[in-house]
Write a protein that binds this ligand. Structure first.
Ligand code: HEM
Ligand code: HEM
Length: 205
């Protein structure tokens, strides 16, 4: 009997190194805390004619939500910087997320919608994934910068001026949140539809 035959699970190469998995799940937790507390903050003075159901908000009231928002923002920002720096110095972003060719995005989107997209090689992202991952990284940067601009509009007035005025930064912050929530819903559904990709983001293989 060969040695391989005693192993039921094939041991393939690592798809997601440990730093990607750790920062990914810390980010997922921090994002959920920031979204829930952000929605409670929004409900205290809504920008649009609707509020979020209290069942999905965090903090109970404005002051509680602000405490959650200002606590989890450190987790989000420090973890995000670690992920971005490592993504650049290890060339992960260059290898995995670029280039994105419009023709490939269209072809892969069509294949996805007709159920013809293969997920045989999890180490390579298709063009639609690349576009969405790069897009959510940008939305993450925008939500943090606009958040800082409305957190410290006096001390960081150059940053606030980047969004023109305080109120504009508040709208930018809101729409960046909406983009991230939209991404998260589709992203979570997709990962459950392709369970081996979820396993790879947990175990690395
Ligand atoms: C470093 C990161 C962040 C900082 C410094 C920050 C800061 C802030 C501040 C200062 C406010 C307004 C509080 C007030 O009006 O008194 C706010 C509101 C809000 N934040 Fe954040 N935030 C950050 C990240 C996020 C993230 C990641 C999300 C969700 C993805 C988020 C979602 C929201 C929402 C929905 C509101 C309420 C919007 C409104 O009604 O204006 N924030 N944030
Ligand atoms: C319920 C929460 C989440 C689940 C179940 C989940 C699941 C996954 C899975 C399975 C992958 C690997 C995809 C593949 O191999 O095709 C992945 C990658 C990724 N996810 Fe999530 N995710 C969650 C939350 C988030 C959030 C909140 C964000 C950002 C706002 C995010 C951003 C990303 C990015 C950028 C990648 C690519 C990472 C890289 O390769 O460096 N995810 N996620």
């Amino acid at each position: 009997m060969s040695i391989q035959a005693t192993h039921a699970e094939p041991v393939g190469p690592v798809i997601h190194p440990i730093w990607v998995r750790l920062t990914h799940w810390i980010n997922a937790l921090a994002m959920v805390l920031m979204i829930g507390s952000g929605w409670e903050i929004y409900n205290a003075s809504s920008l649009f004619p609707f509020v979020f159901p209290p069942a999905v908000t965090l903090g109970g009231w404005l002051a509680g939500a602000l405490l959650w928002h200002y606590a989890a923002m450190w987790l989000l920002a420090v973890n995000g910087v670690v992920y971005l720096v490592l993504g650049i110095v290890t060339s992960r972003f260059r290898r995995k997320l670029i280039p994105i060719r419009p023709g490939e995005v269209l072809a892969d989107a069509k294949a996805a919608l007709t159920g013809n997209l293969t997920h045989n090689d999890l180490s390579v992202y298709n063009a639609v994934q690349k576009l969405f991952y790069l897009g959510v990284l940008l939305a993450g940067i925008v939500v943090v910068l606009s958040g800082l601009a409305i957190w410290k509009p006096v001390q960081l007035q150059e940053l606030t001026a980047l969004f023109s005025v305080y109120d504009a930064a508040r709208y930018v912050h809101f729409f960046a949140m909406a983009a991230i929530v939209g991404f998260l819903v589709v992203h979570a559904v997709m990962s459950f539809l392709v369970p081996k990709s979820l396993r790879a983001m947990i175990t690395g293989r």
